[in-house]
Ligand binder design. Structure first.
Ligand code: AMP
Length: 384
C-alpha cells in the first residue's frame, strides 16, 4: 500500500501567494455601479467611481471622485486602476479613450461609441443581418417629411443620443404630429423608426470574457409604463428554444463585431414570433437585476469576471423570478419583506417623480406562485 506522507506541520503561509489587490475604476456612480461594487467586494475587489453628482448612490460605498468626466486629475486617478469600466452609457467616449491609453478599458470605447448613437447601433444590427424596425436618419424638417412618406405612419422619432426611459422621443400618429415633434426634438440629430406593433418586449443579457468565451442568460420579458421599465419576468414565459437560440445568435454576432468584453444587453421587440432589435446597452442593465438573487451568477459579478479575465459564472436561472422597479416612492421595508422570497434593494436616492429609487426581486417555485407574490407587491407605493 502506498502510504502518503502527511506532514504534521501546518503549511507555512507564503505571503507571495496572496492574491494581488485589484481596483476597478468605474465611470458613473449610479445604482448600477453600487450593485457592481456590492458584487465585487466578496471577490476582494476595490472600486473608484467617477461621477460629477456628489450624492450618487455608489459614493457611500467606495471612493468617489466628484468631478467632470473629462477632468484631468480625475482621469489620472482612474487611470491608476487595474481596469476601468462604465455603469452609465452617456459618459463621454473621449474619457474612455483617454483612459484606454493608460489602462485597460472594457467594454472597448468603440463599443460605447456605437451604443451611444441610435443610428450607429441600428446600422450595426443591420450590417449583421439582425432585424430591426425600418429606420432613417433625420436632420431637417424636410427629411422628416420625406422619410415619413417612405416608412409610413405611425412612426417613432428619436434623438440619436442621450435618450433614456422614453425621453427624447415622440410617436408620430398622423401628419399633424410632425411639426410639434420636430420642434421639440429637432435641435439634435434624429432617427425616424417605423412603429413595430409588438406583442412583447424582451431583453437578452449576455457576457463575453477577455478570452472570447460567451454566456447568455435566458430571454426576459419587460413591461414598461410611461417609458419606464416597471416589471421584468425572468425567464420570459413560453419562449421556444429556437427563439432563445436566434437571440443568442444575433447577440453573439454583435459581441464579436464589437470585440466586446463585459455584459451587453440587447432589447428586442417580439412580433409574430420574430425578434426585432431595438437597442443595446453596453453595460449591466435594469432588466438583469433579478440575477442577483435569481441566477447562479449575477450580471454584476459576471461583468466583473469578464473585464478581469476571470472564468465566467453560470447564467442559470434558479427559479421563476420577477423584478419590480420602485419608481418615485419607497414602500415600507416591512411590507416588502413580509412577502415570501422578496428581496429589497434601496439605492440611497431621494424619491422623485419618475426616478428609479430601488427594486424588489421575488422568486417562486412556479409561475402561478410568482404571480400571486407580484400582485401583492404591486399594491405597494412605488412598486411596478
Ligand atoms: P427606447 O428608448 O428605444 O428603448 O424606447 C422606449 C420604449 O418606446 C420602448 O421600450 C418601446 O415600448 C417604445 N418604442 C421604441 N421604439 C419603438 C418602435 N420603433 N416601435 C414601437 N414602439 C417603440
Amino acid at each position: 500500500m502506498n502510504a502518503r506522507k502527511v506532514s504534521s506541520q501546518p503549511p507555512i503561509p507564503d505571503s507571495s501567494r496572496r492574491e494581488p489587490s485589484l481596483t476597478i475604476g468605474v465611470l458613473g456612480a449610479g445604482q448600477l455601479g453600487r450593485m457592481m461594487a456590492l458584487a465585487g467586494y466578496p471577490l476582494g475587489l476595490r472600486f473608484v467611481f467617477l461621477d460629477p453628482a456628489a450624492s450618487a448612490p455608489a459614493g457611500s460605498l467606495a471612493e468617489h471622485v466628484v468631478a467632470d468626466y473629462l477632468d484631468e486629475q480625475a482621469l489620472e486617478r482612474l487611470s491608476a486602476c487595474d481596469v476601468v469600466t462604465y455603469e452609465f452609457e452617456s459618459v463621454p467616449v473621449e474619457a474612455a479613450r483617454r483612459l484606454a491609453q493608460k489602462t485597460q478599458v472594457f467594454p472597448p470605447p468603440d463599443a460605447l461609441a456605437v451604443a451611444q448613437d441610435r443610428l450607429l447601433e441600428k446600422e450595426c444590427f443591420r450590417a449583421l443581418g439582425v432585424p430591426t424596425a425600418p429606420f432613417a436618419p433625420v436632420s431637417t424638417r424636410e427629411e422628416l417629411a420625406s422619410h415619413v412618406q417612405e416608412l409610413g405612419l405611425p412612426a417613432v422619432l428619436k434623438t440619436r443620443r442621450f435618450g433614456y426611459d422614453g425621453k427624447g422621443q415622440a410617436v408620430l400618429r398622423s401628419e399633424a404630429d410632425l411639426d410639434a415633434a420636430f420642434a421639440e426634438l429637432g435641435a439634435q440629430p434624429l432617427l425616424l423608426e417605423g412603429f413595430v406593433p409588438f406583442e412583447r418586449e424582451l431583453s437578452l443579457l449576455c457576457v463575453r470574457g477577455r478570452d472570447g468565451k460567451v454566456a447568455f442568460y435566458p430571454l426576459v420579458e419587460n413591461r414598461h409604463r410611461e417609458g419606464i421599465l416597471r416589471v421584468t419576468y425572468a425567464p420570459a414565459d413560453g419562449i421556444r428554444d429556437s427563439l432563445q437560440a436566434t437571440a443568442e445568435r444575433y447577440a453573439g454576432q454583435v459581441l464579436e463585431r464589437l470585440a466586446y468584453v463585459g455584459v451587453l444587453t440587447i432589447e428586442f421587440f417580439l412580433r409574430d414570433g420574430e425578434l426585432y432589435a431595438n437597442e443595446m446597452a453596453p453595460r449591466v442593465h435594469n432588466s438583469g437585476h433579478f440575477t442577483i438573487e435569481g441566477a447562479e451568477t449575477s450580471q454584476f459579478e459576471n461583468h466583473l469576471r469578464a473585464i478581469l479575465g476571470l472564468p465566467l459564472g453560470s447564467t442559470e436561472v434558479l427559479e421563476p423570478c420577477a423584478m419590480l422597479n420602485l419608481v418615485g416612492d419607497l414602500p415600507p421595508r416591512e411590507a416588502v419583506l413580509a412577502v415570501p422570497s422578496a428581496h429589497l434593494h434601496f439605492y440611497d436616492k431621494a424619491p422623485r417623480v419618475g426616478r428609479k429609487v430601488g427594486h424588489i426581486t421575488v422568486r417562486a417555485a412556479t409561475r402561478a406562485a410568482l404571480d400571486a407574490n407580484v400582485t401583492r407587491l404591486l399594491r405597494l407605493p412605488g412598486a411596478g
